[in-house]
Design a protein around this ligand. Structure first.
Ligand code: FPP
Length: 244
């Protein structure tokens, strides 16, 4: 959800104004993703590097996260959405946990769209943590280093995304705001993701932009390092329905 700060500054408003406008875009995008049959949607809300931002900006972000959860829990539940947080949840404040815990628990049995908020998330930290946990399992005799040589996907079990199972592999990354970087986002999980970059800042990102990105994705041929064949042609599970 990149570009909130620049979006606001271009309008001579404080950066947090962009975050406020940006957070209002989450609801329609989640609803539309669910309607289109997207199985999992991960929103990069806060990176491990974002802790260096001014305290005033951080407190607005936490307030927005809590407000979103309180306001949207009912609709998410009605729409069968399940919610997870990926990242260093132990660094989040007790006030955030107090709101987050019950909502995650309430939605945990749902079977529709898997919505993930990446919060205090950084891929390098995630992979380093996974390596440490794997090494501990080796020291405890539960694993051997050779296990990873035989099956690299074993590392999935040690990532923050482990509970997502097959849904942890990313198909499409949409980066807003004109930046063409990965910025420490799901580096392992997005190894074979398609990327769509748009100049639009997150507060201006609409359902049409989402549909266009998915259509672009659907037109790509994913070879996963193999050779071209009609059977590997990428097809979105459901045809993208027309907007009303
Ligand atoms: C990136 O834009 C955006 C963020 C660091 C925060 C995104 C958070 C929200 C939209 C609201 C809170 C989250 C939830 C899940 C309700 P930026 O500030 O880096 O923009 P810039 O690159 O233009 O400075």
């Amino acid at each position: 959800m990149d570009g909130n700060g620049r979006w606001a500054q271009r309008r001579f408003r404080p950066r947090v104004f962009g975050h406020i406008r940006g957070s209002s875009k989450i609801k329609p995008i989640v609803r539309e993703a669910n309607r289109l049959g997207v199985q999992a949607l991960t929103l990069y809300a806060f990176s491990t590097e974002n802790w260096s931002r001014p305290e005033a900006e951080l407190s607005v972000l936490w307030r927005l996260l809590k407000k979103y959860l309180i306001r949207e829990a009912d609709e998410l539940d009605r729409n069968n959405v399940r919610l997870r947080i990926i990242g260093e949840s132990e660094r989040l404040g007790s006030d955030v946990h107090a709101v987050l815990g019950p909502v995650v628990e309430r939605l945990s049995k749902n079977t529709g769209l898997q919505l993930n908020f990446a919060v205090s998330y950084g891929s390098r930290r995630e992979i380093a943590r996974a390596a440490r946990l794997f090494a501990l399992d080796c020291m405890n005799g539960k694993r051997s280093p050779e296990d990873l040589a035989k099956n690299e996907t074993l590392l999935n079990d040690y990532l923050w995304t482990s509970e997502l199972g097959a849904l942890s592999d990313v198909d499409l990354v949409i980066r807003t705001s004109g930046e063409k970087r990965v910025s420490n986002f799901l580096l392992w999980q997005a190894a074979y993701a398609e990327f769509v970059f748009t100049d639009v800042c997150w507060p201006d990102f609409t359902l049409e932009h989402l549909t266009a990105a998915i259509q672009e994705y659907s037109s790509r041929e994913r070879r996963f390092g193999g050779v071209s064949a009609p059977a590997t042609q990428n097809v979105w599970p459901n045809p993208v329905p027309q907007q009303n």
